[in-house]
Design a protein around this ligand. Structure first.
Ligand code: CA
Length: 452
């Protein structure tokens, strides 16, 4: 999904009913109290022609928190200049969604969180690189060839990348969500923790309707508010969606051409480089300094001088790209990748490295150049649990290596800190969290115990 970097399980673990309702207690005014604060609003008996003004009255949603938030938000929207009829059309049929405001989902995730394993990247890749996803992608690449060629020509984004993202986001339009976008975002606003984001996205929906990009009934979304076959948040839709099939609407829900061209427009304006690879798997010579996999982009000449070569043979074909970063998603014994700018462009769709890797590898598989890495994933190395990664982060921080927030997610910062620790101990500095390195980290260092 474009623009959201949080997960369903994270949300579910944090949802708390009392917080939801308490956070709605301020703000809303009683219906009928106008902006001037008078206790008895003047009776409105307008002539037939002028537009209705004042607070919008709604039938109850059946949820007190939604009703209170809606009364307040409607007034703010109208005060901000949004069309009264559009505001009403977006908010008149709200209802609680259990993912946001239900009571049954809150209990189950938090206790088991400690035992949960961080999903290894090879598990994450199973579905994106599976036969069903890739074969369907190949079929779409063929059946939509004229449309994809026109989109590629217009926006300069390689067609296999668009098809791969389409597959990742909604299984090629198979799962675009069943919620009303306004209702999903209203639920998010009422739940409270991302209220500002949710309200800004609702304002974007108002602008979308005001501009006539889509009809009210088109606005279908997933539970988090992302819309259509390529999952645009409303603000992203407003900024980047296009009408590629020329029927007058930006129909990312039902028009494959509109959805794919909108994604292409977004990627192009995020800096996509046509014809350049997202990544190239490499071989490293014995004795290679893996601490160079530190997130720094270096010139291709430097990587070649350091002994890296394409694992599939031949010379590097970078399509003109001159800089790359070395990434070891599973440490020095797993696949080693030089990453190019397009990898980071994929991450504007979803900030996770694993997502960008899945898009890149799926794109290569769909176009038929390769199917996953040559080097096997080190599946024999048991992944650390979330709590073990927290221990690792806390241990690194305690020793003065900056692993960042102790959140149980081994991101780039944690890995860089781990590399520094490994290097200081004379270990192979690949930054990959294993049971062995955690044990080393937790063992008192000879001669320095107790000094910091
Ligand atoms: Ca259209």
């Amino acid at each position: 999904m474009v623009s959201a970097g949080w997960t369903r399980s994270k949300w579910m673990a944090l949802v708390a009913v009392c917080g939801v309702l308490a956070s709605c207690a301020n703000g809303p005014q009683p219906a009928g109290t106008g902006p001037e604060g008078g206790t008895a609003p003047p009776p409105v008996s307008p002539p037939a022609s002028p537009p209705q003004t004042g607070a919008i009255t709604y039938a109850t949603s059946g949820h007190a928190g939604i009703d209170a938030w809606r009364a307040d938000f409607s007034q703010r929207a109208i005060a901000a200049g949004h069309d009264r009829q559009i505001v009403k059309s977006l908010l008149e049929k709200l209802s609680p969604i259990s993912m946001w405001l239900g009571t049954e989902v809150q209990v189950q995730t938090a206790p088991s969180d400690q035992a949960e394993f961080a999903k290894p990247i090879w598990d994450y890749l199973t579905v994106p690189l599976g036969n069903t996803r890739i074969n369907t992608g190949k079929a779409r690449l063929a059946s939509l060839a004229p449309t994809l060629a026109a989109i590629e020509e217009t926006y300069g984004v390689d067609r296999q990348v668009l098809v791969a993202i389409w597959g990742m986001e909604t299984s090629y339009g198979g799962f675009i969500g069943r919620d009303d976008a306004a209702n999903a975002l209203a639920n998010m606003a009422v739940e409270g923790r991302r209220r500002t984001l949710a309200e800004n996205e609702l304002f974007a929906l108002m602008r979308i309707l005001a501009r006539g990009d889509a009809r009210r009934s088109d606005l279908i979304a997933g539970w988090a508010g992302a819309m259509g076959q390529t999952q645009f948040m409303p603000s992203t839709y407003y900024a980047y969606a296009v009408d590629f099939d020329g029927d007058g609407r930006k129909d990312v829900w039902k028009s494959e051409a509109d959805a794919l061209a909108s994604a292409a427009n977004y990627l192009a304006r995020s800096g996509y480089m046509y014809g350049q690879p997202w990544g190239i798997e490499v071989l490293a010579p014995a004795g290679f300094d893996y601490s160079l996999a530190d997130g720094t982009e270096r010139p291709m000449d430097a990587w070649i001088a350091a002994g890296l070569s394409p694992i599939r043979g031949g010379a590097f074909d970078t399509g003109g790209a001159e800089f790359a970063e070395l990434w070891l998603p599973a440490g020095a014994t797993g696949p080693k990748l030089l990453l190019f700018k397009n990898f980071n462009v994929f991450k504007t769709y979803n900030r996770a490295d694993s997502y960008a890797l899945a898009v890149g590898m799926a794109a290569d598989a769909i176009i038929g150049t390769s199917r996953g890495p040559v080097t096997p994933w080190p599946t024999h190395l048991p992944p650390l649990t979330v709590s073990e990664i927290r221990e690792l982060q806390a241990g690194l921080n305690a020793l003065g290596y900056d692993a960042g927030v102790v959140d149980g997610i081994a991101g780039r910062r944690t890995r860089t800190a781990l590399q520094q620790f490994q290097k200081a101990r004379g270990l192979l500095a690949d930054g990959y969290p294993t049971k062995e390195v955690l044990a080393l980290l937790q063992a008192p260092a000879v001669g320095t115990a107790g000094t910091n």
